[in-house]
Design a protein around this ligand. Structure first.
Ligand code: TPP
Length: 291
């Protein structure tokens, strides 16, 4: 009989993030979620972008693809289309997903591509030494905003809901059990799932520490009157309470892109006999090169 998986089955290289980095909790939660779903490493592809957060593909044991900055979602979409047998998980930072890669996010949401996207939202460009990112709060002093950031931040939850997302959640690195539930729910969801994780950067963000979040966060999962299947309640929650909510914000039946494509092949392309037979190939080549 097969033994149950544990987070240790997904251990990759030793993680080299700064001490106290919130991304450690995301890595652990992802490992626990996959173990809980009994998803073996060979059935998972983790696609990550560039940044501190993007190193997660080296620290997690599965198939992995560390792609160009901001391009996690196009690559993850391609993998999901080519092989329906794989669980596709994309991961990266707020700069990667809400800055350079933001257009891809909107299109992946409107297509409802069947994959899970985990954003490690630390509110700075950690890897390049703490410059402002799309989710930096206005007024914050960083190396690229010495007099305080002048732009209003992107609001990922509002944006995702407006684009038509079918699974939306927010977690925080100080609550791994909740993160495990939210990530596992996203992987199980048939459609596009975004889990935004408030992941403190102790090196470059001295404001939004674990304590700072703890004093502000409201847990929707513990509010008896909150129903994540209600779009009205979700719109109200992300508009009025904004970034201070954690929990499952919204879930609706997915309409996975894969199953709406008329000629989509249900089995992996790799197991299809796609090569034309020799005679047909010769006819094609003869026609192509005939003068
Ligand atoms: C096309 C491109 N532009 C810029 C960079 C430089 N760069 C590397 S990481 C990064 C920002 C990373 O920030 P974020 O995505 O928030 O991840 P974090 O490091 O905070 O986890 C940038 C701008 C790059 N590698 N490629």
């Amino acid at each position: 009989m097969a033994t149950a998986l544990t987070f240790k089955d997904f251990a990759g290289q030793k993680a080299m993030w700064c001490p106290g980095c919130g991304d450690f909790a995301v890595l652990r939660a992802l490992q626990e979620a996959c173990a809980r779903l009994a998803l073996p490493p060979h059935r998972i592809v983790l696609v990550s972008g560039i940044g501190c957060s993007g190193k997660i593909t080296s620290y997690f044991s599965s198939y992995g693809f560390h792609v160009h900055h901001g391009r996690t979602l196009p690559i993850a979409t391609g993998i999901a289309l080519a092989n329906r047998d794989l669980a596709v998980i994309a991961a990266g930072g707020d700069g990667d997903g809400y800055g350079i890669g933001l257009n891809h996010l909107i299109h992946a949401i409107r297509r409802d591509v069947d994959l899970t996207y985990v954003v490690m939202d630390n509110g700075v460009y950690g890897n390049t030494k703490g410059q402002t990112s799309p989710t930096t709060v206005a007024g914050t002093i960083t190396p690229s905003s010495p007099s305080g950031a002048v732009e209003e931040p992107v609001h990922p939850l509002r944006l995702a809901l407006a684009a038509g997302i079918t699974y939306l959640a927010q977690g925080v690195s100080s609550d791994v059990p909740q993160l495990v539930r939210l990530i596992a729910g996203g992987i199980e969801h048939r459609g596009f799932a975004l889990i935004n994780v408030l992941s403190p950067c102790p090196t470059y963000d001295r404001l939004r520490t674990y304590q700072w979040w703890r004093a502000r966060l409201v847990n929707l999962d513990e509010e008896p009157s909150y129903r994540p299947d209600s779009r009205e309640l979700a719109v109200e929650a992300v508009s009025s309470r904004d970034a201070s909510i954690v929990g499952l914000v919204y879930r609706a039946p997915g309409r996975p892109f894969q199953s709406r494509l008329p000629r989509f092949r249900p089995s992996p392309l790799a197991s299809e006999r796609l090569a034309p037979d020799g005679e047909r190939a010769r006819r094609i080549l003869d026609a192509r090169y005939a003068v």
